[in-house]
Ligand binder design. Structure first.
Ligand code: PLP
Length: 440
């Protein structure tokens, strides 16, 4: 009956609507989710890479209940203790003078507001972003991401977004010999495009703090710094999207912390509440928001700074700190990396793997020399036969994660232990054996 009512009366994201058999989840704790009827499933992608503290943490439940008992919602022009404390905490953990938070409902609308703000303060209109990136599903955010999820809406995309190539070392369009060369070539390419577009029209460069669902295409060392230097050279702002890479996911508070750069605007969502309640936001540099000291800032949302969401976020951030989850993410990420070195020896179809803390992916190929992917980028359903079998095996063996084209994502909650990583990798190894049979 639960399945029937869900299928009959709700609509599912990013998928055909008929013939679905979604997991029916009754409860969740730590790194495990439990199907109704009892099957225990290891969550190896923290759901949508957002349940960073793990499932069912009582501290968050208590904070939410306490806030609801006091006050659930007030007009965004009013204040609550939770809003102020959260803003203060975010300014402490954000780099540089990113001291002021504007709260949104999730990631996409944080991006929309960052684009609006950058355009307002520069008086310019173009936004530069990476082809292999995702920034959310509203029109502006979807156009800003170059991920093919946006293509069905392409005819209605927002104007003045310009995409450039990623610094994708494994599949480097410039055939760079080293990571450093790749960073150099990618930055030079970006600057060339900016010059073609007219730097005087470019408001901002928008990039994820670390690449997420478009393939965890790890930025080579120095790349972010080079991008920031280009931005500074032409008076362009930088917007860093930390929606997926933020809140400990990469083993530091934010992905950008690996790159020694302070962006002008930093967008966040997902891990800010670990998915317990929807919330997003953008941190803005003091110098930028000061420009609105004496004139109105024309942005707003009914649920901006929702009291319950702020209380949940504050509790979640305390959990990261009290339970040393960010340190654990760094440690477990290193363990995952080392384990994957061994896995690659066993499985010829593992072409590449990329982990930054617990934001990771395994890339499967038909041949290591040619790097022919096990399923091509943006594969049609007919090209997914092998990868669908790999995905089905993962589900059968009790592991939940994303399988996209030739990628298997590995992004468990930050509270995961070595034993649980071994449990997950053992299942992934069994599933990859199916792909090995297609190795040429
Ligand atoms: N930015 C990045 C990097 C994301 O990964 C996502 C979602 O996956 C978003 C933005 C959009 O966030 P939301 O789905 O909360 O709108």
């Amino acid at each position: 009956e639960i399945l029937a009512t869900n299928l009959k009366h709700s609509i599912f994201s990013w998928t055909k609507q008929s013939g679905l058999n979604p997991l029916n989840i009754e409860r969740a704790k730590g790194v495990y989710i439990y199907e109704r009827g009892g099957k225990k499933i290891l969550d190896f992608s923290s759901q949508l890479m957002n349940v960073n503290i793990g499932h069912g943490h009582p501290k968050v439940t208590e904070a939410v209940m306490r806030q609801m008992n006091e006050v659930s919602y007030v007009h965004p022009g009013m204040i609550t203790e939770a809003r102020g404390l959260l803003g203060k905490k975010l300014s402490e953990i954000s780099p540089g003078s990113l001291n002021r938070a504007f709260f949104t409902n999730g990631g996409a609308d944080a991006i929309e507001h960052a684009i609006k703000l950058a355009r307002m303060v520069t008086g310019r209109h173009k936004i530069i972003s990476l082809y292999q990136s995702y920034h959310g599903a509203t029109y502006g955010a979807l156009t800003a991401g170059g991920d093919p999820r946006g293509l069905p809406h392409d005819s209605q995309g927002v104007p003045n977004i310009v995409h450039v190539e990623n610094p994708y070392f494994y599949r480097d369009p410039w055939h760079s010999k080293t990571l450093e060369e790749c960073a150099e070539n990618a930055a030079a390419h970006m600057e060339r495009i900016i010059k073609y577009e007219g730097p005087q029209y470019v408001a901002a460069i928008l990039m994820e703090g670390e690449s997420g669902s478009s393939g965890c295409i790890k930025y080579p060392p120095g790349y972010w710094k080079k991008v920031k230097a280009i931005a500074d050279k032409y008076g362009i702002l930088t917007i860093c999207d930390e929606v997926m890479s933020g809140f400990g996911r990469t083993g530091k508070w934010f992905g950008i912390d690996h790159h020694g750069v302070t962006p002008d605007i930093m967008c966040m969502a997902k891990g800010i509440t670990s998915g317990y309640i929807p919330l997003g936001g953008m941190m803005v540099k003091e110098e930028i928001i000061k420009q609105f000291d004496d004139k109105p800032l024309p942005i707003g949302l009914t649920y901006s700074a929702h009291a319950v969401a702020c209380a949940a976020a504050k509790a979640v951030i305390e959990v990261y700190e009290e339970e040393n989850l960010i340190e654990n993410a760094a440690k477990m990420g290193a363990y995952l990396d080392a384990s994957m070195v061994k896995m690659r020896e066993k499985h010829p179809s593992i072409g590449d793997f990329r982990n930054t803390g617990l934001l990771g992916v395994i890339e499967l190929v038909k041949n290591r020399e040619t790097k022919e992917p096990m399923a091509p980028w943006n594969a049609a359903p007919s090209e997914m036969e092998t990868m669908n079998k790999v995905a089905a095996k993962l589900t059968e063996l009790g592991l939940f994660t994303f399988v996209r084209w030739n990628w298997i994502f590995t992004a468990p909650p930050l509270c995961i232990t070595k034993e649980q990583i071994d449990e997950g990798l053992n299942i992934i190894s069994q599933a990859i054996s199916i792909a090995d049979q297609q190795y040429k």
